[in-house]
Ligand binder design. Structure first.
Ligand code: NAP
Length: 340
């Protein structure tokens, strides 16, 4: 295990806006772990849309919590130092962690909460590990919010949904959602772009729709299935668009609800509506991260990596995420090929 350096390379921004060009390469002090934190020598980090949405000011004034800010919360690496009170980890451990909303992942070293840091099995690569925390946890929590209680083939899912629709199934969250829904034994209809129809079918989806066709835009199942649940990862779908394709009792779990969606959800709740829009904001859980890593170790959950960039090219990774056309996850690797 290498001793931590005093300074490290990182990318940070110092104001809202600016996109990829707003990320500045800097040499800054290696952070020190505080109580309950660990210092990681990073091997990989994965970018999620929330990272650049924070930079855009979409969570202003709450995030980022300070400027300048080193973004990205999803990371994997090696523990090099423990903050006080950390007893479940030791230097040398290979781990997966999420440091949200404090970020820090676009750097050679980062501090992370020990309470959200889990062992990375040797069978799980650093890039796969860094891809899991936000995207796979969100997919898992969406399915749970839709009533899925078991991922062992569906035998104990009685009373849960049977037919699900996964929108934006080619993206970071969606590609995990399709696989987890199949592990739960559900019938999966999925939407994605034309170029990814085969890819999403390969993840296990039973039916795949091109979202740019009239059938796909209407989210109509080719077999006529009505959805008991929608794992909604796409944006900008008005609630009335769901009405014709939902079962009598159905849940649409939306991870990008606007104000109107939140208001509708509240109204549906108080009127005990059978068709419900449920907004979901990820609350990361250690035990779920451990389970996702274990599913990956067992080969039951696959991480598809859209693209990998060395830390020196983090701006390209950032720009790629902003474009919104990733197939799977965008990963930044520290110390990889091309690093000087
Ligand atoms: N609430 C939360 O806690 C939470 C957590 C995680 C993510 N999110 C949000 O969830 C959304 C998805 O995240 P992500 O990481 O999966 O994003 P992503 O990886 O950037 O998604 C990109 C993929 O979505 C596809 N896509 C875009 N619009 C589509 C549509 N209308 N229908 C079907 N496919 C479409 C794209 O296909 P094409 O290239 O073919 O267009 C591309 O493959 C983001 O808005 C993110 O901010 C929220």
């Amino acid at each position: 295990m290498a001793a931590p350096k005093k300074t490290m390379r990182a990318f940070q921004y110092d104001k809202y806006g600016g996109g990829a060009e707003g990320l500045k390469p800097v040499e800054v002090p290696v952070p020190s772990p505080k109580k309950g934190e660990v210092l990681l020598k990073l091997e990989a980090a994965s970018i999620n849309p929330i990272d650049w949405k924070i930079q855009k000011g979409m969570v202003r004034p709450f995030l980022p919590w300070k400027f300048p800010f080193i973004p990205v919360g999803d990371m994997s690496g090696e523990v090099v130092e423990l903050g006080s009170g950390v007893t479940n980890l030791k230097p040398g451990d290979k781990v997966i962690s999420i440091s949200f909303p404090t970020g820090g992942g676009l750097a050679e070293y980062a501090v992370a909460p020990a309470s959200l840091t889990v062992a990375r099995p040797p069978e799980v690569s650093a890039a796969e590990g860094a891809s899991l925390p936000t995207a796979a946890s969100t997919a898992l929590q969406q399915l749970k919010a839709a009533g899925v209680s078991s991922f062992d083939g569906g035998s104990s899912n009685a009373g849960g949904p049977k037919n699900v629709l996964v929108t934006a199934a080619s993206g970071g969250v969606g590609h995990y959602a399709v696989q987890l829904a199949k592990l739960a034994g559900l019938h999966v209809t999925a939407t994605c772009g034309a170029r990814n129809l085969g890819f999403v079918a390969g993840l296990g989806a039973d039916e795949v729709l091109d979202y740019k066709t009239p059938e796909g835009a209407a989210m109509r199942s080719p077999s006529g299935a009505r959805y008991d649940a929608v794992i909604h990862c796409a944006t900008g779908t008005p609630w009335p668009a769901f009405a014709p394709v939902l079962a009598e009792k159905a849940t649409v779990v939306d991870v990008t609800p606007g104000v109107a969606a939140a208001a509708r959800s509240f109204l549906q709740k108080v009127t005990l509506a059978k068709q419900r829009l449920v907004p979901l904001v990820l609350i990361p859980k250690k035990e779920e991260m451990e389970w996702l890593a274990e599913m990956t170790r067992q080969g039951k959950l696959r991480t598809v990596i859209d693209s990998r960039f060395p830390l020196s090219r983090a701006r390209e990774a950032w720009a790629k995420s902003i474009e919104g056309h990733a197939t799977g996850k965008i990963v930044v690797e520290m110390g990889g090929e091309g690093e000087e």
